[in-house]
Design a binder for this molecule. Structure first.
Ligand code: 13P
Ligand code: SF4
Length: 359
């Protein structure tokens, strides 16, 4: 039963004590979150991994790219464990290393030497990858003068990149790239979207020359479900409602909302609001439902009336958590996520640039 499962998790955690740390992403179901030592967005969890160098094992209740990131930031002795290896991220899978390498080569054919610095001290293009990407892509970015961003620091990271490059190649999420660049004043016509099936990504050399941000075609299937109509309906039914959406939502949705921000931004906005506020939230349902339960002084609901969980986050069932913890008690490490050194070294460079970039 569920109660037995929870007892098993608690017992294993009690036996392991400080030897293990359990991290839980905001989108995890409540039955997992209740066992997490740290709960947060992907940026906070990357930092949380750094704060426990003493723990032998980091059990990451999130998706594959987050566990890879924790492995990059943890000590070599620490084992990072993903309770279910099938918990991936469909957006992260939309940019594979070979397509990005090919794009890079084609950009070189337009811009010339991509390491050549102009009179302002800038190179032709800086690659920026969203945290939601494989370690291999973080490595690509690290090798090519680029940087990682999350949804909570995308603007700071783009500013970092524009100081060092005339343009940015942003992948995999087109929406985060477009929404962030637009908020920084980049006109849409200077944000061509790369189509890996067409020469020069479907743009002319002149368009690429004029580009400020070259977007990749990736998207999150959870966040792209939110619509402007849902916002109009929420406003009609709940006068005074504040609409807050995640920047992985399409641009018209972000434009129609009152605010857009990372999962942590959404949590903080709700915490700071006066009692009796009403919020319509455009992000994953497990987080929205938990916020509604935790802040009964407000009315909080999901913009999408049809439940929209992240199906891969949901693959971290408490049964898997119990299993990996009990294996640790028995002295066995299962489902370890290990990034090979050739990828890890440059990927760490890209992550460290992000952690050092200050607004
Ligand atoms: P955060 O960076 O806001 O935690 O989001 C991660 C994610 O996967 C959003 O879909
Ligand atoms: Fe990936 Fe979207 Fe799930 Fe986030 S919500 S992990 S971007 S599929």
């Amino acid at each position: 039963t569920d109660a037995e499962l929870h007892d098993r998790i608690r017992a294993a955690k009690a036996t392991l004590g400080e030897r293990v740390v359990v991290l839980g992403h905001f989108y995890q179901r409540d039955e997992v979150i209740e066992h997490a030592d740290f709960v947060g967005d992907s940026f906070q969890l990357a930092n949380a991994a750094l704060t426990r160098p003493d723990a032998e094992a980091i059990v990451f209740c999130g998706v594959h790219f987050m566990a890879e990131t924790a492995d990059l930031l943890s000590t070599p002795e620490q084992a990072v464990i993903l309770p279910n290896l099938a918990a991936g991220c469909s957006m992260a899978d939309m940019a594979d290393e070979s397509s990005v390498e090919e794009c890079w080569e084609q950009l070189e054919s337009v811009y010339g030497d991509l390491t050549a610095v102009d009179a302002d001290g800038r190179v032709p293009v800086i690659p920026v990858t969203y945290m939601n990407s494989s370690a291999a892509l973080k490595g690509f970015v690290g090798r090519n003068g680029g940087i990682v961003c999350t949804s909570s620091n995308a603007k700071t990271v783009l500013e970092w990149a524009f100081e060092r490059g005339r343009r940015v190649l942003f992948f995999p999420d087109q929406h985060l790239g477009r929404n962030t660049a637009k908020a920084m004043g980049v006109p849409l016509e200077r944000m061509p979207m790369w189509n890996p099936r067409k020469p020069l990504g479907g743009s002319t050399a002149a368009e690429l020359d004029d580009a400020r941000v070259i977007l990749w075609h990736g998207f999150c299937s959870v966040h792209r479900r939110f619509t402007v109509d849902q916002i109009a309906q929420a406003r009609a039914e709940h006068p005074g409602v504040q609409v807050i959406v995640h920047p992985e939502c399409p641009m018209p949705v972000v434009d129609a909302a009152d605010a857009a921000g990372s999962t942590d931004f959404i949590v903080k906005a709700i915490q700071a609001a006066p009692a009796g506020s009403t919020f319509a939230i455009g992000t994953e349902i497990n987080l929205v439902q938990r916020l509604a339960a935790e802040y009964p002084q407000h009315e909080i609901f999901c913009l999408d009336p049809v439940v929209c969980p992240c199906s891969t986050m949901y693959r971290i069932h408490p049964g898997y958590l119990a299993w990996v913890l009990e294996e640790l008690v028995a002295g066995r490490v299962v489902n370890r996520i290990e990034v090979s050194d050739d990828v890890a070294d440059p990927a760490r460079v890209a992550l460290e640039r992000m952690l050092a970039a200050k607004p």
